[in-house]
Design a protein around this ligand. Structure first.
Ligand code: C2E
Ligand code: CA
Ligand code: CA
Length: 843
């Protein structure tokens, strides 16, 4: 007979009584006629004991097969049932069955509800069978009797199925019922085979009672063989399942489904209700607890494993197992009792020597009759070895993946991650929408590092990261590209919206920052590139945002949207640095001279020395480009030296020839912060025997005024030495003339943009006029540069400007061509200080 004996635990004991009660009634009702009808009432004691032994044995040698939550127990009870129906009076049979079942239930330690159910269930079966036998009796040796006995034996089976199904459908509902019925089918089949065997045994015994010994021997051997076979079947199944499991785990170890695969498979392999993976917090990984539970479709973060078992396994690094068949240490049993768990196995996951977590199973399926055994412990340990490797690998991969895509200091995504995200972002775009890349260049990081230390610098960067993340729209991606460069990528409705947002984010960064005990003001320059306007390639978009950022640094406010004009220049400059070095080494940098003319008497009063780089691999490179490159690659000093030496050399030659000319040389802003510069200039003046007032140093307005007083001592020194100082490109730097008055300068050069505009733009004219008036008031000489036309010249004369420089007089010329120009365009005019050149009157 096959009988599902596992009545579901807990929940509703009284529901079981709802079935047990009627069963008892049924037993009494059906047994009555049989008991009354059949004589004698009781069998003799030896016979009774013999049959009792047979029933107890049949109940004991049952073989378990697990089907999900339920253990299908294949017992041999149909054999003694057929024999006893034939030989025993019904009352004796009822008593024996009750006692045998009671013994079996007590041995399993079944709770009272279950015990009562199972006993009354067995009795009801016997009652029904007895009724059938009585009704179709009397029994003889004909095949008709065989059929009656067979049907009677099977009816016990039917009663069991119906009553268990009743209980289960009451407690667990329809889904479990269907599963039950499925598992009952093979049970009926097994019952039929048992019934046939029982009949064979009966027929054999009828021929000779001694045959029972033979049969007992055969049955014993059969059971041993079957059990051995079942064991090897089980081992074989475990092996192939372990193989499947490890393969599945190794195939998925690099993605998030590792836990799913591992736990569901482990749970099924060990026929456990729960399989749990526990990983303690480690580094940036939080503690992880995941369980696969029977009948749950997704993993949960609950577990049935008692905390004490897990803790002990993690601390000792040893497997901890507890349950009815797994040793009986009181402490562990108490832990199980506390959580109401039947049994559990906890195996540590190891990496090297360390425990990196645990793999656990709890609650062996099959109800209280089954529980984990030593083989299960070994099985789980085998799985754990593979699981350790997989978990460690996946953590490693996770970590590598995280590190590879994040900045360690701020935890923000890094350049690689940003490129990936950008690549995805440009793929989908709503009409009118742009994907914007805003690059923030934080100013002053170097100063903070130098003056307050790197820890403060780090703090500053972390704060910038925090503010950007906070101020940026939720959907924006904030990344750190490098030292002081941050990028915000977002979708926006058009370019204007983007520029507006850039300003807002910049403002968020401008709020004073508390770094240590200090309050710092941090400013930033923002460069913007947008898709689709500036490209679709993530690399190009980032590069263009970078280009715009560099330009933004010299803007006010420092926010710059990319345009192609910016790039052609910057990308050209990119390749120049190395070549410029070679050009300086090889003397390929030459110097041109552009005359400065006094309007009043048309006298030539000096020349400006301008560097030239022709015939390079890049063609002729504009001074704006190579000067910027020299500035950014630390070659400015050498460039200045080349020009200054050439200027001084020519200056001495002109002096020696008796026609002295002032030479003007341009300086870069950085030169003005070099404290050794004045002495160096003094040395060169001596070396070339040029008197200081023959030399004019031009520096751009922005570099003198830039808000700091750093150039001031150097300017004073140069002034004391007697060198003339000129403020170049005046008007572009937003400075006031009154500020200029406090600087030790002698000359102001009005930027050529104003000069060229004054003929057409009244504003420009007004500015030039104002500058000239004030300069004269302060005793500064004024130079107009970029004089291209007679009209401009006459306007300049009208506003009282006295010196000019520009194409109208001459372009910058090489030394030889300048000499030719002197000869052709000027005539000598002797003065006490030497011969002076005066422009020939235009014919
Ligand atoms: P800058 O100091 O303002 O030099 C004057 C520039 O105006 C020169 O351009 C000159 O060719 C140009 N120019 C002169 N007259 C006219 C005119 O009538 N019309 C127009 N459109 N332009 C005129 P260049 O030589 O291309 O130099 C550009 C800038 O490069 C210079 O501007 C200066 O800032 C820088 N630079 C040139 N040589 C040196 C150098 O040796 N050292 C440093 N630090 N900077 C230099
Ligand atoms: Ca100049
Ligand atoms: Ca200029």
């Amino acid at each position: 007979m096959a009988r599902p004996v596992s009545v579901p635990r807990g929940k509703s004991d009284y529901l079981s009584w709802l079935i047990t009660g009627p069963l008892v009634g049924l037993t009494i009702l059906f047994a009555m006629p049989a008991v009354i009808h059949r004589r004698p009432l009781l069998a003799p004691l030896p016979e009774t004991l013999l049959f009792l032994a047979m029933f107890v044995a049949a109940d004991a040698v049952s073989l378990n097969i697990d089907v999900r939550r339920h253990a299908l127990i294949i017992a041999l009870t149909e054999i003694p049932i057929i024999l006893s129906l034939y030989y025993l009076p019904p009352l004796t049979l009822l008593v024996i069955r009750a006692v045998a079942r009671l013994i079996a239930q007590l041995r399993q330690g079944a709770p009272p509800v279950k015990l009562a159910f199972n006993v009354s269930n067995a009795l009801a079966g016997i009652a029904v069978a007895s009724l059938i036998v009585t009704y179709f009796g009397p029994l003889d040796r004909t095949p008709r009797t065989w059929l009656v006995l067979f049907v009677a034996a099977l009816s016990t089976n039917l009663v069991t199925v119906v009553s268990v199904v009743g209980v289960i459908s009451l407690i667990q509902g329809g889904a479990s019922l269907r599963r039950m019925l499925r598992t009952a089918t093979p049970g009926v089949l097994v019952g039929s085979i048992n019934g046939a065997v029982g009949l064979l045994v009966l027929i054999t015994i009828q021929r000779s009672p001694w045959a029972i010994l033979l049969l007992a021997g055969l049955a014993g051997a059969g059971i041993v063989i079957y059990r051995a076979y079942a064991q090897s079947l089980r081992q074989h199944r475990s092996l192939s399942e372990i193989y499947d499991l490890t393969r599945a785990v190794s195939e998925t170890q690099n993605d998030a489904t590792l836990a799913d695969v591992l736990l569901v498979r482990t749970r099924d392999l060990l026929a456990a209700e729960w399989a749990t993976l526990w990983l303690p917090a480690q580094g940036r990984f939080p503690e992880t607890l995941l369980s696969a539970r029977v009948d749950d479709t997704a993993l949960t973060d609950l577990s049935a494993t008692p905390e004490a078992l897990r803790r002990r396994a993690a601390e000792s690094g040893e497997t901890v197992a507890a349950g009815p068949k797994l040793g009986d240490e009181e402490q562990l049993r108490a832990a199980l009792r506390e959580t109401g768990t039947k049994d559990a196995i906890v195996v540590p996951l190891r990496s090297g020597g360390a425990v990196i977590g645990t793999l656990e199973v709890a609650e062996r399926l099959g109800g209280s009759t089954t529980s984990f055994r030593v083989e299960d412990v070994q099985l789980l340990e085998t799985v754990a070895i593979h699981a350790s490797a997989a978990v460690e690998n996946s953590r490693l991969v996770d970590r590598l993946r995280f590190d590879a895509h994040h900045d360690a200091l701020t935890g923000l995504p890094n350049r690689r991650r940003m490129l990936n995200a950008l690549e995805q972002a440009v793929k989908v775009r709503a009409p009118g929408e742009v994907v914007a890349v805003l690059q923030f260049d934080v100013s002053g990081l170097r100063e903070v590092n130098e003056s307050l230390g790197y820890a403060a610098g780090d703090e500053l960067l972390a704060e910038v990261a925090r503010r950007l993340r906070e101020a940026a729209p939720a959907a924006a991606l904030v990344a750190r590209l490098g030292s002081d460069e941050f990028v915000v990528m977002l979708r926006a409705q058009g370019t204007d919206a983007t520029v507006g947002l850039a300003g807002e984010l910049r403002q968020a960064l401008q709020e004073p920052m508390e770094i240590g005990a200090l309050q710092l003001d941090v400013d930033s320059a923002v460069g913007i590139a947008v898709h689709p306007d500036h490209g679709a390639d993530p690399g190009i978009l980032l590069q263009r945002a970078d280009v715009a950022t560099h330009v933004a640094k010299s803007m006010s406010p420092p926010v710059q949207l990319f345009n192609l004009g910016l790039e052609s220049r910057s990308s050209r400059r990119l390749g120049l640095a190395g070549d410029l070095r070679k050009a300086l080494d090889n003397g390929d940098i030459t110097v041109c001279f552009q005359p400065k003319v006094s309007f009043r008497n048309r006298r030539l009063i000096g020349v400006e020395c301008l560097a030239r780089w022709e015939g390079s691999a890049h063609g002729s490179v504009s001074p704006e480009d190579f000067v910027a490159v020299a500035e950014h690659t630390g070659q400015m000093g050498r460039l200045t030296e080349v020009v200054l030496r050439e200027g001084l050399r020519r200056c001495r030659e002109w002096s020696q020839a008796g026609r002295p000319l002032n030479v003007a040389v341009n300086l870069s802003p950085r030169t003005l912060t070099d404290p050794e510069f004045p002495d160096w200039v003094g040395g060169l003046l001596e070396e070339y025997s040029v008197s200081p007032e023959q030399l004019t140093l031009e520096m751009a307005e922005s570099s003198v005024i830039a808000g700091t007083d750093r150039p001031l001592p150097i300017l004073r020194r140069l002034n004391e030495m007697g060198v003339r100082l000129s403020v170049d490109d005046f008007g572009t730097g937003y400075s006031s003339l009154s500020y200029l008055r406090r600087l030790p300068v002698h000359e102001v050069k009005i930027d050529r943009a104003f000069i060229q505009g004054m003929a057409t733009d009244p504003d420009d004219l007004a500015i030039v006029r104002a500058v000239v008036d004030l300069s004269r008031h302060f005793g500064l000489s004024v130079v107009a540069e970029g004089v291209e036309s007679e009209l401009t010249l006459s306007l300049l004369e009208e506003v009282g400007c006295d010196i000019g420089q520009g194409f109208l007089f001459s372009r910058p010329l090489s030394y030889d061509r300048l000499e030719a120009w002197f000869a052709a365009q000027t005539e000598p005019e002797p003065t006490p200080a030497g011969e002076v050149r005066r422009l020939r009157a235009v014919p």
